[in-house]
Design a protein around this ligand. Structure first.
Ligand code: SF4
Length: 945
């Protein structure tokens, strides 16, 4: 037989044709001659298989095509020995149950403290899948294994898990493929392979899948391999299998989109509103049908409820292309409420929860009266549980309620039971009492809803079936209920949604090769494409690195045939500076915004509508943003960026470099979005701070001009324009209320005039600006600091300068945070030693740029109504009279030492940047970690402790 590499044909798309269409045409030709003995087309997943089926039906103009001709790598492995029944692949719900049983018997040392936590089993399961896809198995590792080996305790639990599965005639998905690799490697064992195979388009494969493809290629006379555009065929096979070849050109849309639109929304809500308003508009005008539109979102699975809600508001039908968590299915939510009621012995809170959930079909008035009565009653535990509530309903004459509760009480089986009995009991509960029957009637008006209902109940049924054999002996009911909770938490159901005219919602991290007329890519933040989160169980690189993510993104944008819409949420400093990463900077001329610095108010006024992308932008979209052709940022390129940034500094940039070099690199060099906070918090702290500054400035300006100024109304007005609010939102309402309160407090404290004889300085041509801005491209130049061999320039924005007699000045900074979060002593010490350089730098700026004589540096905490500061002996005496003031006095020597320490700090950090020094080394570990640092997920700070 010829060398394996000679048996592989690489399929690529001719110019002007998409790879998907090229594969389709080739397979249609392969298939049309011999429908009775079909070749096999291996596709990435079921979604591509479904699309291929429809496209082939159209292309071949036949009423049916052989479905066994379309498969995945897993189905190819399953068909190798058709007469030899293969083991069953374990489902995630059963995997969680088995893992919990094993951990209950004995937990490895390093997992003992955490293994009882609800998230442990699911995390371990995904880590196990990842380790096996990299080639690590208890039975031995694959030749092309990737990354460092898993830790010892991980391996021991993995081995026990495999043994437990073996006893049940099951295995993991990885083990299934590994056995197929072994089987194919034994030459004299006959296997059944189709006469010809087309594999692809494939974007990325794991080490295990590479071994499997190679094993198939060794046994077949011919395999056609279709690597995705921009991917080298060698990447899809083990090292050395094919001669190294450069990757193909990046994906080029066969028909370039006519238009590329761009949006910079201020909040996730505004983004969804703009997206669905645009979709509804296109459909209403007859430009596109819903089914011709695809929406990518990097957090589509987590954000699904919000996406569905926004779609419903605009009456846009949507079809998620991924499984939904069973725990969120309404019927299962009701069932869990019922089980919680039984578990708590009919506690008042659970009875209320059940009545409010409308799980019981009660007359509305009775339910409402009963809720009021329960609210007025103390919690009462009776025997048997629930008796007290039933008596109450009877006494009040609520017959139907009493009857429903009595029926429910009869079903409250207590005491130990085994798995099969528990299974039967839960089914009875679901069948008999809940408003939603366990077996769907199939008469629901909306067929999509009926399909969803059916899929969810089937999924719950399977979870119960899987539980039953795990508990052959009777155990306490509470054990079974919490195991069911865990199993449900691990399960996802996928309704077979056959609606063609619905917008498809796709997660952004999955390969996609299906062309579509319109693609919307939402939440394209500067973190994308970035490395994924580090696996809590495994060490080593995350499986999907930067270059692979970049290829995925290119592929997805190349799928758009006529219109591509990109949305980059604006979570940067209030929107008056576009903090774009090198990656996003690869889109030059974004909607004419790049380079054009605009005042916040202008930007707010025109936010929220889609703008056309600059002409020629699409070419640049698929160009490498920085560095080499694989999409990596090279060391040289990184150094060039660092050095180009070495010259100009700002106080906040210096503060981040003082806390940690990596924090500075991620935030100020790569300009990565503070994604974690932005996704969780509806209004980012940066945006909130910026709005507070703008509203306070406007208030003071009006006061100085003698115009009417209502701080609360101004705060509300600025806030609403900045957040582009559409609907009420509890979290956003809370943020708004706090902002209004803070500004009203500042007005009450009389912060417009702090000391007699001192008043705020107005700047600018029309003398309307309180802020003093200096630096590059500004009317006032930057401050230059010469440090033997190089010069660092400083730009900045002093929030306010209050001018007094004889050139004396107060330097003021607003902070939209609470004073209680840092002690006054620590603050004074940090300012004196250069660790908080902002105020001393502004002291120098006021002195050198305006020839002023600063006499006090004041930091005003808007959320606490506290002012902290340092002052010289020349500071006005009546500052002392303010209760909210916490001050320290500086002698002449203290002042000189403070300014010297600040200069030295700037020199040290600027030199580190010039050297390209970015290793994480935090000054304060308390400011590390998720929630405290925006880049904690990227830097592995724990390893530095
Ligand atoms: S978590 Fe700590 S070490 Fe990591 S970037 Fe942030 S400050 Fe630096």
């Amino acid at each position: 037989m010829s060398a394996p590499s000679d048996r592989i044909e690489i399929l690529s798309a001719p110019p002007g044709v998409s790879l998907w269409d090229a594969c389709l045409a080739r397979f249609a030709a392969m298939l049309s001659g011999r429908l009775w003995d079909p070749p096999l087309w291996v596709l990435p997943d079921a979604r591509h298989r479904e699309a291929a089926e429809l496209a082939l039906l159209r292309a071949l103009e036949r009423p049916a095509i052989p479905l066994q001709a379309l498969g995945t790598l897993a189905s190819l492995a399953a068909g190798l020995r058709p007469d030899d029944p293969p083991p069953q692949v374990v489902r995630p719900t059963a995997a969680a149950l088995i893992l919990n049983r094993l951990l209950a018997q004995s937990a490895p040392e390093s997992y003992r403290a955490s293994c009882a936590r609800p998230g442990f089993a699911p995390f371990f399961w995904t880590s196990l899948l990842e380790a096996e896809s990299r080639g690590w198995f208890p039975a031995g590792r694959l030749p092309s294994v990737e990354g460092p080996p898993p830790p010892r305790d991980f391996v021991s639990l993995q081995a026990r898990f495999h043994r437990a599965l073996e006893e049940r005639g099951q295995c993991t998905p990885g083990e299934y493929l590994r056995r197929a690799v072994v089987l194919l490697g034994v030459e004299d064992v006959p296997v059944r392979l189709p006469r010809e195979i087309l594999i692809g388009p494939l974007q990325q494969v794991s080490a295990l899948e590479r071994e499997f493809i190679a094993a198939v290629a060794r046994r077949m006379p011919r395999v056609i391999l279709a690597p995705a555009a921009g991917v080298s065929a060698a990447v899809l096979l083990p090292p050395g299998f094919l001669p190294e070849a450069p990757p193909g050109p990046p994906p080029d849309p066969a028909v370039p989109p006519d238009r590329v639109l761009f949006l910079r929304p201020a909040s996730p809500e505004a983004e969804l509103d703009a997206a669905f308003a645009a979709i509804a508009g296109w459909a209403a005008r007859g430009q596109f049908r819903y089914g011709e539109i695809r929406l990518y979102h990097p957090a589509a699975e987590d954000e699904l409820p919000r996406l569905l809600h926004a779609a419903a508001r605009y009456q846009v039908p949507v079809r998620p292309a991924f499984g939904r968590p069973l725990a969120q299915f309404p019927g299962v939510v009701l069932l869990r409420k019922l089980l919680a009621l039984f578990q708590s012995g009919w506690s008042r809170a659970d009875v209320l929860d059940l009545l409010r959930s409308r799980a019981l079909a009660l007359p509305w008035k009775e339910a409402a009266d009963m809720i009021r009565r329960v609210l007025a009653e103390p919690d009462r535990r009776t025997h048997p549980p629930g008796r007290g509530w039933i008596e109450q309903a009877e006494e009040s004459g609520w017959r139907e309620t009493a009857q429903a509760l009595t029926q429910l009480q009869a079903l409250d089986l207590r005491g130990p039971m085994d798995g099969p009995a528990f299974n039967r009991w839960v089914r009875t509960l679901a069948d008999g009492l809940l408003a939603r029957p366990a077996e769907p009637s199939g008469e629901l008006a909306d067929p999509a809803l009926a399909a969803e209902e059916r899929a969810a109940w089937e999924c719950l049924g399977s979870a119960l079936e899987e539980m039953a054999p795990c508990f052959p002996e009777a155990v306490d009911r509470s054990v079974l209920v919490s195991e069911l909770d865990r199993a449900v938490g691990q399960a996802a159901y996928l309704p077979r949604d056959l609606r063609r005219d619905a917008v498809e919602i796709c997660p952004a991290a999955r390969p996609d090769h299906l062309p579509v007329p319109v693609a919307l890519w939402l939440s394209l933040h500067s973190r994308f494409p970035a490395a994924g989160r580090v696996n809590p169980f495994l060490s080593g690189d995350p499986p999907l690195e930067y270059a692979a993510r970049l290829r995925l993104f290119r592929q997805q944008t190349a799928n758009a045939g006529q219109l591509l819409a990109l949305s980059c949420p604006r979570f940067d400093d209030g929107g008056d500076e576009l903090a774009l990463s090198p990656f996003l900077n690869a889109f030059p001329g974004l909607a004419g915004e790049s380079g054009a610095r605009q005042r916040g108010a202008d930007l707010l006024a025109r936010a929220g509508s889609w703008r056309p992308f600059a002409e020629g932008g699409l070419k640049n979209l698929t160009r490498d943003p920085a560095g080499d052709s694989s999409g990596r940022v090279t060391r040289d390129h990184g150094l060039r960026i660092m050095r180009s940034l070495g010259g100009w500094w700002s106080p906040s940039r210096l503060e981040s470099a003082i806390q940690c070099r990596f924090l500075h690199f991620a935030g100020f060099v790569l300009k990565l979005s503070p994604l974690a906070d932005a996704m969780v918090e509806p209004v980012s702290p940066l945006l909130l701070g910026s709005v507070a500054h703008q509203a306070l400035e406007e208030y003071l300006r009006r006061k100085l001009r003698g115009e009417p100024a209502d701080p609360a109304a101004l705060a509300r007005d600025f806030f609403r324009r900045a957040t582009e609010r559409f609907d009420p939102h509890p979290e956003i309402d809370r943020a708004e209320a706090e902002l209004v309160r803070s500004l009203a407090q500042a007005a009450e404290l009389g912060w417009d005039r702090l000391a007699a004889g001192f008043s705020p300085r107005l700047d600018g041509e029309d003398r309307a600006a309180l802020e003093l801005i200096f630096g590059e491209h500004r009317a006032l130049p930057g401050l230059d600091f010469g440090f033997g061999g190089f010069t660092a320039m400083l730009g900045g924005k002093i929030d306010r300068l209050d001018l007094g007699p004889e050139g004396r000045a107060l330097v003021l900074e607003y902070k939209y945070r609470k004073a209680e979060n840092e002690s006054a002593r620590e603050f004074f010490a940090a300012v004196r030693t250069g660790l908080q350089p902002q105020l001393p730098l502004y002291w120098m700026a006021a002195q050198r740029l305006l020839n002023l004589r600063p006499v006090a540096l004041l930091q005003m905490y808007l959320r606490s109504g506290v002012i902290r500061g340092l002052k010289t002996a020349e500071a006005p005496a009546d500052l002392e009279g303010r209760e909210e003031l916490e001050m320290e006095e500086l002698s002449a020597e203290d002042l000189e030492a403070m300014l010297h320490a600040t200069r030295t700090m700037l020199e040290t950090k600027a030199r580190a940047v010039m050297r390209g020094d970015v290793a994480p080394q935090p000054l304060d570990f308390a400011a590390c970690g998720p929630g405290a640092c925006d880049y904690a997920d990227l830097c592995r700070y724990r390893e530095r402790r």
